[in-house]
Write a protein that binds this ligand. Structure first.
Ligand SMILES: [Zn+2]
Length: 168
């Protein structure tokens, strides 16, 4: 069968995949604000670290994900006068975590959910320094290797976000 499906206009037909993607997408937009996924995940800010996770659907089969962790501590604001600089630096190193900004494309495969989505890291910046996107793409796809048809996209995002935010 090489004909284009009259309903979804894809060849081969993707009606089943599209139906599942739509259902899962509608569910996600109903339960959460896609611009504040960090709140849905319960990833809370602290006095000095702010988190942001946003997801945008850019196409029927495409999402763009942004994960940010921004340190807002000012070393000068916590500087304790009377203590040596080395000690102050030491204290600061405990209070501070590196800034992380990740932008990823999540490509939903036509055989979804039985074929798992492909992740592509578009940019990965840690404390202002660009990281190797190919390496992180391999890393995230390795993390997703154990995912399954019943894993929804937000669960995969939570899985990756906690990994990148905990170990980076
Ligand atoms: Zn179809």
């Amino acid at each position: 069968m090489n004909e284009t499906c009259p309903t979804c206009h894809f060849q081969p037909c993707c009606c089943h995949s599209l139906r599942i993607i739509r259902k899962r997408h509608e569910y996600l937009t109903r339960i959460t604000d896609m611009n504040k996924l960090e709140e849905y995940f319960g990833i809370t800010d602290t006095d000095y670290v702010r988190h942001s996770i946003t997801l945008e659907r850019t196409d029927l089969f495409d999402y763009i994900l942004n994960i940010k962790r921004l340190n807002k501590y000012d070393p000068l604001a916590i500087y304790i006068n009377g203590l040596p600089r080395d000690i102050n630096n030491f204290i600061y190193s405990y209070l501070s975590v590196p800034n992380v900004i990740v932008k990823a494309r999540i490509i939903i495969e036509r055989g979804y959910p039985f074929v798992i989505p492909i992740w592509k890291i578009l940019s990965f910046v840690k404390d202002g320094k660009r990281q190797d996107v190919d390496e992180e793409t391999a890393n995230v796809n390795c993390i997703m290797k154990n995912t399954s048809a019943c894993m929804t996209i937000e669960k995969e995002i939570l899985f990756y976000a906690t990994t990148v935010l905990s170990y980076t």
